[in-house]
Design a protein around this ligand. Structure first.
Ligand code: 13P
Length: 251
């Protein structure tokens, strides 16, 4: 049985004071959640050390939104996976569509980041997803599995077991337009079937979470689908009550 996972991706939002308030409310809300759900938050880099201190005795896990493709070196402005590991992190998001589209991250770069994260004993949350145009051209499976295969080719199928996959259709991110539970389930099943062909136990254990306009009102139906193991939540994770309500939908 895969434990459900709900992670808040705070993107480029909030001040230090807002982070403290939000974390306090999320920690308080998390205390009443069942053990059926694991919960995490990903603030911006600059607050990670502070967030780690606040979260230390809570059940809320900490993640980063990005990582360097290199372990060290002359890479101004970058943050290495090992540095994140020292800040008590658990998760690192890699290949978010905003990074792929706005910062031109290639599949190769995402695969290198994925490997760096695992080498530091952190868990990558690998984002995959298609654009609206690709969906309309019926290229969804090809795009999503192509992004996944880049990772498998780099690290091997076994390593995928120690990761989380986030299916985030780009047309559903920040648009208020959620994939229907059936649309999302179809893609999640395609991903799991693809893994199953290579390694049955990896397919059975890896968590595949959904992201794209998840809200308290649509979370339960999404999370009830056979291959949807939780959510990666953007906008709705910036409001503690809404976020905790989404987590509650995962029990
Ligand atoms: P929204 O929930 O705001 O659509 O964002 C989804 C997302 O990008 C999570 O990583």
């Amino acid at each position: 049985m895969r434990q459900k996972l709900v992670v808040g991706n705070w993107k480029l939002h909030g001040s230090k004071a807002q982070l403290e308030d939000l974390l306090a409310d999320v920690i308080a809300g998390s205390e009443n959640l069942t053990s059926a759900v694991e919960i995490g938050v990903c603030p911006t880099y600059v607050y990670l050390g502070h967030a780690a201190q606040i979260l230390v005795s809570s059940r809320v896990k900490l993640g980063a939104q990005n990582v360097a493709r290199a372990g060290e070196g002359a890479y101004t402005g970058e943050v290495a996976a090992q540095m994140l590991a020292e800040c008590e992190l658990v998760y690192v998001i890699v290949g978010h569509s905003e990074r792929r589209q706005l910062f031109h991250e290639s599949d190769t770069e995402v695969a290198e980041k994925f490997a760096q994260v695992q080498a530091s004993d952190l868990t990558p949350i690998l984002c995959v997803g298609e654009t609206l145009e690709e969906r309309e051209q019926e290229l969804t499976d090809q795009v999503v599995l192509g992004q996944l295969d880049e990772i498998i080719n780099k690290v091997g199928i076994e390593a995928v077991a120690n990761s989380v996959i986030a299916y985030e259709p780009i047309w559903a991110i920040g648009t208020g337009k959620t994939a229907s539970p059936e649309q999302a389930q179809d893609v999640h099943k395609t991903i799991r079937d693809h893994l199953r062909k290579q390694k049955e136990d990896v397919a059975a254990t890896v968590r595949i979470i959904y992201g794209g306009s998840v809200k308290a009102t649509n979370a339960r139906e999404l999370f009830q689908q056979a291959d949807i193991d939780g959510g990666l939540v953007g906008g709705a994770s910036l409001e503690a009550e809404e976020f905790i309500s989404i987590c509650n939908s995962a029990d």
